[in-house]
Design a protein around this ligand. Structure first.
Ligand SMILES: Cc1ncc(COP(=O)(O)O)c(C=O)c1O
Length: 410
């Protein structure tokens, strides 16, 4: 094989350099223009507005009864926490490996994040770790479907029911994912999604809260809309709340892009399985386990457990070499457990939490699986997993080339 691209050779996966996300289709332009012309600019809308149509379509596809469209996937978590009744000083359990919003949303509603460990094989929040962390102050669990793989929802729902807690699924990575045939976002009391531009379904920005409970839905609608019923013109406000609505033009873009999601989610699932098969043949690399309960692998990013000693070079050297070969959207993931973040120091959190609320000393925290994943994870974004298997083949070709020349990366 030719020289490594990072050493000046040609890239094994050159065509992947052209892959772009999000993808714009002509019907998206038409949909946004139509919303613009029809006057659907705002987020209140009527039953025919793109906002309401998207809520119905997305909830339906995700096996949920109701959807509340909001500005992004961070406030959708806050909305879920508030709607579920989390009060200042309550504790909410969250995995230590995730994007910061999963945990900072808890602090933003005045509650305390309790970080727990993830599973050593799947990198998903562990039901056993959740149960061990429950205290009299625990109110809810945020189960993140990390990377679009799914947390073990059978075990998590069982723990939540046993202890009278409610579950928010953070599905920011899991559009289209399903567990034993039932989609992400319909297992817990709430399913929270993000439609930020890198996501598998994107409107540039956006988020949604799904639920199967009519009362919770009603409450979520009020909290989204300054305490007012959606569509109501009168100035009647039933709870003190802010404005988390998404504008109509972005909803129109989302609704149009949503038309592609069912097919694209199947393609991602198929290609993720092929990539797992290829990756698991390479010494020093391991995919998340192929599990028949994961009936659709959402795969926002494909997670590889990287063993530097067995592969033959450092994780950073591997990632840089793979990027140079053309797999540009390769990263080292979130890099460190959230308890290290300055945002969770007492100094940073205290202004949002009542003085009487004791704060855990995160500085002392070391969760072994989270620590291991943070230092060994390599992620490849979903952008290459659409269509036939050619994206997978290019990724594997690039990986094999790097492996063959690994001595040059020491
Ligand atoms: C796991 C997770 N939760 C929540 C969010 C927040 O979503 P948004 O960026 O739409 O606020 C993200 C965003 O990337 C995420 O990855």
């Amino acid at each position: 094989m030719s020289q490594l691209a990072i050493k000046g050779g040609s890239a094994a996966a050159e065509p992947l350099k052209q892959v772009k996300w999000p993808k714009l289709y002509p019907e998206d332009e038409a949909a946004v223009l139509q919303a613009l012309r029809q006057g659907y600019w705002g987020g209140i809308g009527d039953e025919q507005s793109p906002n309401r149509k998207f809520e119905r379509a997305f909830a339906d596809y995700h096996d949920a009864a109701y959807g509340t469209l909001v500005a992004n996937g961070t406030v959708s978590l806050e909305l879920s926490l508030k709607t579920g009744g989390v009060r200042p000083g309550d504790e909410v359990i969250v995995p230590a490996i995730t994007f910061i919003a999963s945990a900072s949303a808890i602090v933003c509603v005045g509650a305390v994040p309790v970080f727990v460990d993830v599973d050593p094989d799947t990198c998903q929040i562990s039901a056993a770790a959740i149960e061990a962390a429950i205290s009299p102050k625990t109110r809810a669990i945020i189960a993140v479907h990390f990377g679009g793989y799914m947390a073990d929802m059978d075990a998590i729902v069982a723990v939540a029911n046993k202890h009278g807690l409610f579950v928010i699924e953070d599905c920011a990575h899991a559009q289209g994912a399903s567990w034993r045939g039932r989609r992400a976002g319909s297992w817990g009391e709430f399913g929270s999604f993000s439609f930020q531009e890198s996501k598998a379904l994107s409107g540039g920005e956006g988020g949604i809260v799904l639920t199967n409970d009519a009362q919770l839905h009603e409450k979520a609608q009020l909290i989204r809309n300054i305490g007012r019923h959606t569509g109501q013109r009168a100035y009647n406000h039933y709870v003190p709340a802010t404005n988390w609505r998404l504008g109509g033009l972005q909803a129109a873009l989302l609704l149009s892009q949503f038309g592609k999601l069912p097919d694209q989610a199947e393609q991602r699932h198929r290609n993720a399985l092929l990539l797992a098969e290829g990756v698991n043949r390479v010494e020093g690399l391991r995919s998340l386990p192929v599990d028949e309960r994961l009936t659709q692998w959402g795969c926002y990013f494909f997670v590889i457990a990287f063993d530097a000693a067995a592969f033959g070079c450092s994780r950073d050297a591997f990632v840089q070499a793979l990027r140079a070969e053309g797999v540009v959207w390769t990263t080292t993931g979130y890099n460190r457990p959230l308890y290290y973040e300055a945002a969770f120091s007492e100094e940073a959190m205290r202004p949002l939490l009542h003085e009487s609320v004791p704060l855990p000393d995160y500085g002392q925290m070391r969760l072994p699986n989270a620590e291991r994943w943070a230092t060994s994870m390599v992620t490849i974004l979903h952008y290459y997993l659409l269509g036939d298997r050619s994206g997978v083949d290019y990724i594997l070709e690039a990986i094999h080339k790097v492996k063959q020349h690994v001595d040059e990366l020491k």
